[in-house]
Ligand binder design. Structure first.
Ligand code: PMV
Length: 309
């Protein structure tokens, strides 16, 4: 038996603009994770996927070509040079809410790649894991920037620019995030597509917004690396406002952001593709409990408190 996991993730700054070449910052969220376990299967049964959290057990031979669990399994086996047919059971479990910007699909793919590699006695470098996961991200996202697979695979805070070598971030002073889930499922592909259509209608206006978001990500990077945590809240507020201009916020997200701020959060913004999913708030030791209660009271379906370090 071989097991591996992939952590959740949150985008702190720069979502959407990152698809258009601007920088973004993301951190792993280790409190939630996906796990994959590979076991020998019944002879002749072929490759079986057991995703009990999703209520599904199925043979990969019967899965459609756009099934991402099938794709990551077959791509990884091909990469490892393993020939089919093969009798294996790949079991997947996850505590990451699905389709809400916390990287559930990415974490599942990462866990499967690593568990399969371990089963065949191979330790893959992060670059290889990340590229395998990226290929499957295309099924979820359409035109992913690559930030999700990078932060989940490397499991470190990253400053990410599409197409450039990965840069991990040194967090000079740890800070607390309170993450609130709207409970509204929001497929990344839809929000990314809508931004693309709007950009096509008004390229100059959208490029201007992306520039501003990229500048915020750069300022935030300096604050994180210099330990100026007190500046981060303002940059989160600014980023949320720019995301509202991109039309990717929602009444539910705005309500949670507002509630967190009223309860003393230093800043708050949506995180990920938006339209639903999660928001993040920056809290201090003094304000964390109040922000958490305020999010529940404002209708959050889940709240995670985590430290970024
Ligand atoms: O999958 P999500 O919800 O975390 O969104 C990914 C971030 C986007 O910038 C919206 C898309 C991308 O590929 O970078």
């Amino acid at each position: 038996m071989s097991s591996a996991y992939g952590p959740g993730k949150a985008i702190l700054f720069g979502e959407h603009a990152v698809v258009y070449g601007r920088p973004a910052i993301a951190v792993p969220i280790g409190k939630v994770r996906a796990c994959a376990t590979v076991n020998p299967g019944t002879p002749g049964a072929g490759l079986v996927m057991s995703a009990l959290d999703l209520g599904r057990i199925y043979g990969l031979a019967d899965a459609s070509v756009d099934d991402s669990l099938r794709a990551i399994t077959l791509n990884t086996l091909a990469f490892l040079g393993i020939r089919l047919p093969l009798d294996l059971v790949v079991e997947v479990t996850s505590t990451i809410p699905v389709a809400c910007g916390l990287g559930s699909g990415t974490a599942v793919s990462t866990a499967i790649v690593r568990a399969l590699a371990a089963h065949f006695g191979v330790t893959l470098p992060n670059t290889a894991v990340s590229s395998l996961v990226y290929e499957v991200e295309k099924i979820h996202h359409g035109r992913p920037s690559g930030i999700d697979n990078t932060v989940v695979t490397y499991e470190q805070p990253v400053y990410f620019v599409k197409g450039q070598p990965i840069e991990t971030l040194r967090v000079a002073k740890p800070f607390q995030l309170v993450i609130g889930d709207t409970g509204v499922c929001s497929p990344t592909r839809v929000a990314v597509n809508d931004v693309c259509l709007a950009w096509q209608c008004d390229p100059a206006g959208y490029e201007g917004l992306f520039d501003k978001i990229g500048a915020v990500a750069d300022q935030a990077r300096r604050a994180i690396e210099s330990g100026a945590v007190d500046l981060l809240g303002g940059w989160m507020d600014e980023n949320h406002c720019l995301l509202q201009h991109l039309d990717v916020s929602s009444p539910e997200l705005d309500r949670l952001v507002w509630a967190a701020k009223q309860a003393g959060a230093a800043g708050a913004k949506l995180s990920g593709a938006g339209r639903g999913g999660n928001m993040i708030a920056l809290a201090t030791a003094d304000s964390t409990a109040a922000v958490e209660s305020a999010l529940w009271a404002a209708g959050a379906r889940g709240v995670i408190v985590t430290e970024v370090r």
